[in-house]
Design a protein around this ligand. Sequence first.
Ligand SMILES: [Zn+2]
Length: 113
Amino acid sequence: MGLFAGTPFDRPAVCEHCDRPEAECICPPPLRQVVPPEKQTLRLALEKRKKGKMVTVIRDLAPEPDVQAELLTKLKTLCGAGGTLREGTLEIQGEHLHRVQEALRKLGYRIRG
Ligand SMILES: [Zn+2]
């Protein structure tokens, strides 16, 4: 039941891309970013891991696993480094603070600190 069910605002769910009822939607599943980058303020940090290895950490991403995974892939390619996604926090191996910061800004994210 939608929020407006039973009110004059109630109407069948229609795909916003192809205008078909959702049951007949023919669109490929979109990568939905519910919270746009401009609405997100991320925190970047360099942290030391075991054996003195440095990692570049990106925190405060919206909890959207698909978007986070795609972003991780982009940043890994950009930095030519490995990386992981851990409970919504991105980690890129090595010191790439500046490069990551620029890339995120270009995508529209805000950066804190
Ligand atoms: Zn559709």
